[in-house]
Design a binder for this molecule. Structure first.
Ligand code: SF4
Length: 330
């Protein structure tokens, strides 16, 4: 019996996609957050690890049911055996809600601007939270949001929604675009952890792919992250670095060290090559070897700065679905 380990998870993440036997297919819901917007996915758990894979009939990996287990096959041979991990809202174990499914920015790795979906009302958000509660699944709440008009308006909306879910007394995480005073306002509203994404620590790549972000330079995000650590404390602030945009490993190492030194936990996110962005961006999904190397490098740097991914309660660090998470997976 083959359980998932760091190496197998890296292989699965490098592929990122799996063909799923019809009987195992989850209900037809699509991601409404970030780069994977519009794509259907499935969560698989095994050996204490979890992975999120996009469902794609063209994938060489096949997910099938065998002897009461769920098995992922590669070239018709068993690669790993485990179970499907049911989602609460967006991911397993968390009620993770995208508020504004639209964005006025045009980051080339992200599909949200291509869909320009709805903005959830407070009533809609509370209905999702109540559903999780009545199912006995309300352990944490997380919010993310595109920028429908301005980052300031978005923070106003998120703050109001956070205040409204305070009554549930569960940890709340927020992943948004920062503003001058977003950290203090989110903290005052009752937020436990925040994530402001740098996306890349390569300035040339940032300027090329994060277009249309008025006032949202890499420097502003870095300043906001530094400020967030003073407000929320160590292990409570994280930031995505996308892997596969053409950055070098040395650039990632320097970026991880820069963030960790200021108390921010970097989340190394393999790029999702969205069909909705075809022709707009050149990117390469990282190999298993690269993912393992970068995860171990990040683990060592986090240790050096006394940061611990095991402390985080909300969003991607405890979920681990999309990444090889240092300290949890590798
Ligand atoms: S790792 Fe983050 S983005 Fe991926 S499924 Fe989990 S919460 Fe969502």
């Amino acid at each position: 019996m083959t359980h998932m380990n760091a190496e197998i998870k890296a292989e699965l993440l490098a592929r990122g996609k799996v063909d799923v036997e019809r009987s195992l297919l989850p209900p037809p819901s699509r991601s409404t957050a970030g780069p994977g917007t519009g794509l259907r996915s499935i969560f698989f758990k095994s050996g204490g690890h979890r992975v999120r894979l996009e469902i794609d009939a063209a994938s060489p990996l096949k997910m099938v049911r065998q002897d009461g287990d769920v098995v992922i096959l590669q070239d018709n041979k068993e690669l790993v055996r485990g179970q499907i991990d049911p989602i609460v809202a967006h991911c397993p174990g968390q009620t993770y809600i995208t508020i504004s499914e639209q964005c006025r920015y045009d980051c080339k790795f992200c599909s949200v601007p291509k869909f320009q979906g709805t903005i959830k009302t407070l009533d809609q958000v509370l209905a999702i939270v109540e559903k999780a509660k009545s199912g006995g699944n309300l352990k944490t709440i997380a919010f993310t949001s595109g920028v429908a008009t301005t980052p300031e308006n978005e923070i106003d909306r998120v703050v109001a929604y956070v205040q409204a879910v305070k009554k549930y007394h569960v940890p709340v995480g927020v992943a948004v675009y920062p503003t001058e005073d977003s950290s203090q306002r989110l903290k005052d509203a009752g937020v436990t952890e925040v994530k402001y994404n740098v996306e890349t620590m390569d300035r040339e790549i940032f300027d090329r792919v994060c277009t249309g972000r008025k006032g949202q330079s890499l420097d502003f995000i870095l300043t906001s992250l530094r400020d967030a650590v003073t407000v929320f404390g160590k292990n409570r602030v994280s930031s995505n670095i996308i892997i596969g945009l053409g950055e070098t490993d040395e650039c990632v190492r320097k970026g991880v060290e820069y963030l960790a030194k200021m108390g921010v936990i970097p989340v190394l996110r393999p790029i999702t090559l969205s069909p909705y962005r075809q022709g707009e961006i050149s990117a390469t999904r990282p190999s298993a070897g690269r993912l393992l190397k970068l995860a171990k490098m990040t683990r060592d740097i986090l240790e050096k700065y006394h940061l611990d991914t095991g402390v985080s309660k909300t969003m991607c660090l405890p979920c681990t679905g999309c990444d090889l998470t240092p300290g949890r997976d590798a």
